[in-house]
Design a protein around this ligand. Sequence first.
Ligand SMILES: [Zn+2]
Length: 118
Amino acid sequence: MAKKHITLLAKSSSGYFYNVEVYFEENNILAYCSCQAGENGMLCKHVKGIINGDDTILYDTKQKKELEQICNHLPETAIPLLVSEIKNTEDLLEEAKRNAKKAKKNLEKVLLGKIHKS
Ligand SMILES: [Zn+2]
C-alpha cells in the first residue's frame, strides 16, 4: 500500500476543531492531534474517537469517507487488539471494584455486628 496521509478535523468542546494528522503505514497507523493532550504526547479523545470509528467526533461530516478509510486499514494493524486489551482490563477493574465493595460490606457486617440486621 502506498504511503498516504489524511487530515481529519475533530470537534473541540469549544465548537472549534483540532487537526488530526493520520499517516498510513503498511501495518500501522500513526495519528497526531493538535489538541492540548495530543501536543503533550498523550492519547486524546479525538484520536480514540477516530480509531473507534466514532463519526460524531468529526467537525466536517463530509469526512466520513476518510474516517471509513482509516477504519478499513485498522485490521491490518495491532490497534484493534490493543484497544480490546484496554477494554478487557477496564472490565476486570470494574469487577474488582465491585468485589472490593462487597468484601468491605461483608467486613462491616461482621465487625460492626450487622449480621442480624436487614
Ligand atoms: Zn485531540
